[in-house]
Every structure is written in structure tokens, then in C-alpha cells.
Design a protein around this ligand. Sequence first.
Ligand code: NAP
Length: 244
Amino acid sequence: MAKILILGGTVEARQLADMLAGDERFELIFSLAGRTSNPLVPKCEVRSGGFGGADGLADFLEDKGVDILVDATHSFADRITQNAATASAATGTPCLRLERKAWVREAGDDWAFVASVEEAAQHLPKGARALVTVGRQEIEPFFDRLDIKIIARMIEPPEKKPLAPHKVLRNRPPYELQDERMLMRIEHISHLVSKNSGSEATAAKLQAARELQIPVIMIARPDAPRLPTAHTAQAMARLIEETI
Ligand code: NAP
């Protein structure tokens, strides 16, 4: 039986765990950072909280006798991905990467690429009314700008309530095209700010921006270590079979 540690925090990570959980060839440990209240978890052993850096993760891999490490964390969670690669090299545990494909620009898109949330916040022109979809931990640089209006959409509320004219809309994906269109029209959105997560559940905002000719400020993915990669849970299940 192969012991697999799945580093989660994405829909795909949970899909993979659900897919492998009933398979008697595998014993799973599913790991979460512990940031979300009431996360959806698969039917397998689940642990929560950091490991204590790459060294802590390497110790965990050895203590538990993990055979394969699957990094299925979000493309913008670059610290844990780097730690996974380092711990894998230190212990000789194969590390596989499950990561959605990035979105690509299509005809009719007006995208500006930036490297960070700070750069995205600075890129917005004075007077902009921006729909910002980066999440509560990265919203501060946008709220610091008082010469623009930020409509920040997020799952959990930010730690600090924003000052007027900004506002927070709490919602959870998936989002439908008709709702995205309506939101952008009602709020008179002039710019959309997004990370390039590549998620199907949140892609409708890009179609709505395309239709309404709203410029998009797209935050590019951080550099990541090169690892054997699959883009879907199904493809990762095949990659695991080839690796054991
Ligand atoms: P990060 O900056 O790469 O990680 C920070 C620290 O959190 C890591 O060093 C690690 O602590 C711990 N950690 C992260 N993922 C973990 C996991 N699956 N299991 C155990 N510990 C984990 O990550 P982040 O950007 O804060 O994201 C945190 C979690 O939210 C990730 O699991 C990610 O998949 C999910 N998420 C992130 C985003 C995003 O935009 N960043 C979006 C959606 C979901 P130690 O060093 O102590 O081990």
C-alpha cells in the first residue's frame, strides 16, 4: 500500500482525495493550512496547520513513511510549494504537482499583466471603480487607495473593515456569467483585478469583462519549482499510478 500525502487547499486536491480514498492500493493523508473555517474535507485522514517549514515537512514525510507527496495547493501558495520541493529533495520522496492550467488571453480581452497585488493596486488609475477578487489576506494595498472605489469580493471577511468608499461583497464560487455581468453593470465597474488562478468556478468574470470591454489587471503566477505536473485530478491519479 502506498502512503500519499496530499497538500490541499483547492477543489482539485479534494477531488483527487475523494477519487483515491476508496482505492485499497493507497493510504491517504490530506493536509490543510488551517486558514478556512469549516473547510470541506475528504473521507480520509485529515491534518491541519503548518509543518514548520521545509525541515518540518521533511520530518513529517519520514516519520509517517510517506511514499509520494502531492502538492495540490493553489498556484499562488508559493511558500508551501517551495517547501514541498525542498523536503522532497531532502528525503528522496517523489513530489508531484497538481495545478490548474492558467487562463490565457482571448480575442477581445484587454489584459495588463502585473507581478504582485501591490503592483496591481498601483496600476489602477485615479477614479477607477474596481472589482477586486484577490482574497482577504491581500486586499490591504487596494483599500489603502482612497482615490478609487474598491468592490472587494471574497469568501471570508477582511480583518479590518474598509473605509468608505470601498466595500466588501461576501460570496463563494462558482459564479455564473449572468450574475457577473449584472454585478459589473450595477456597480459601474471600470476595471477587474484578478489573480491568474485558472479556476473554472471563477472564470465567468473574465467573459463578462470581455463582453463589457472592461480592462483586466491580471496578477501573474509566481515562479514555481519544476515538478512532474498534472492539471486535473484524473490526470494526477494516472500520474500517481505511473509513479508507484
Ligand atoms: P503559502 O504562503 O504558500 O504557505 C504559508 C504556510 O502555510 C506554509 O509555509 C505552510 O506552513 C502552511 N501551509 C500552506 N499550505 C498548507 C497545507 N496544505 N498544509 C499544511 N500547511 C500548509 O500559502 P498561502 O498562500 O497562505 O495559502 C494557504 C492555503 O490556502 C494553501 O493550502 C493554499 O492551497 C490555499 N489557497 C491559497 C490561495 C492563494 O491565493 N494564495 C487561494 C486559495 C487557496 P509551514 O511552513 O509551517 O509548513
